[in-house]
Design a protein around this ligand. Structure first.
Ligand code: 13P
Length: 342
């Protein structure tokens, strides 16, 4: 393992004022997004949409440090025949790849899932490296249920899989994004989210240690501490920022170069405001930025709606969200910047 090289890539992924574009929706997930816009999901429409994002030169070169791709996309060419990976590299951003194979029901743990994809992973990582991937992503999913969920079995099995994946990545010269996502579905309050997030992070870092993962060569992609979507008890921006940082400081060693949050179903502006508030709270032991899927793409997707005539408007919408989140990663975002653009 060349840890200096891994650390350099990890540091670039969380460079000040930049964050990661999660464009790694599986074919099923992007179909759902396109369905809601009335756009047919085909190999070509998926290519056109993602090409539109990667050709947003201003957004990509100023605010995006890396792009997480899906298997189909890392092999795909733009309409003019240029590999999409080359378009990304030209902007200065790093190409990355989602390598997990999604979730399956966890036996004897009703309602809970385990992320699969370890079999053959070493070989797939070597191939992806050849295709230009500098980093990878694996997402574990933890549901905060009404009746005592998550179970120990679910938390431990997912932490173990994340750590096995991360070790394989580092051994193959690829920086792992370690993503243990505590879902914001459900009616639990913010304190229950904090409690579960703390447990999940403790288990994850213990598994990373036992699997000999070098913390300097990874990026953590956690959820923020937020109330469940159906919780009647809402939390202010300041409360989310404070509670999220408290749990991260208690669980994430300073050797980790950066934390890049998922948006997880927060609105675009909430995701930006929360990130900004954390970065305003003063000196943190790691860089704190975004690795957003929905919170970066909802606006450009809507503006695009499958029409080539809308490409410029969609790129403006993407540029705006990228800039807002780039500012939030520096603690320099202001709500009235949103109003001005609207
Ligand atoms: P969201 O920001 O939409 O949660 O997506 C990030 C991601 O990559 C989930 O795995």
């Amino acid at each position: 393992m060349n840890l200096a090289e891994l650390n350099k890539v990890a540091a670039a992924m969380v460079a000040p004022g930049r964050g990661i574009l999660a464009a790694d929706e599986s074919t099923g997930t992007i179909k759902k997004r396109f369905d809601s816009l009335g756009v047919e999901s085909t190999v070509d429409t998926r290519r056109d949409y993602r090409e539109m994002l990667f050709r947003s030169a201003d957004a990509m070169s100023k605010y995006i440090s890396g792009v997480i791709l899906y298997d189909e996309t890392i092999r795909q060419n733009a309409k003019d025949g240029t590999p999409l990976v080359k378009l990304i590299e030209k902007t200065g951003a790093l190409p990355g790849i989602k390598v997990d194979k999604g979730t399956k029901a966890l036996p004897f743990c009703p309602g809970e899932v385990i992320t699969e994809g370890l079999d053959g992973l070493r070989e797939r990582l070597a191939e992806y490296r050849g295709l230009g991937a500098k980093f990878a992503k694996w997402r574990a999913v933890i549901d905060v249920g009404e009746h005592g969920l998550p179970s120990y079995s679910c938390v431990a099995a997912n932490a173990h899989a994340l750590a096995r994946y991360a070790a394989l990545c580092q051994d193959e010269g690829i920086v792992p994004i370690v993503e243990p996502e505590v879902l914001m579905d459900g009616s639990h309050d913010i304190d229950r989210c904090v409690e579960v997030t703390q447990w999940v992070l403790k288990e994850t870092f213990q598994a990373l240690f036992f699997n000999r993962v070098a913390l300097e060569g990874m990026v953590l992609k956690p959820n923020m501490a937020v109330p469940g979507k159906k919780s009647a008890k809402r939390a202010s921006v300041a409360e989310v920022a404070e509670k999220t940082l408290k749990v991260l400081k208690a669980c994430v060693p300073a050797a980790v170069p950066g934390i890049a949050f998922l948006s997880g179903g927060q609105s675009d502006e909430e995701a930006t405001a929360h990130l900004d508030a954390m970065n305003r709270m003063g000196a943190l032991p790691w860089h704190v930025t975004f690795s957003y899927g929905r919170a970066l793409q909802a606006a450009p997707q809507k503006a695009w709606s499958g029409k080539s005539a809308n490409v410029a408007a969609a790129q403006r919408a993407f540029g705006h969200r990228a800039m807002m989140n780039g500012l939030a990663a520096l603690g320099q975002w202001k709500a009235d910047l949103e109003r001005k653009a609207a």
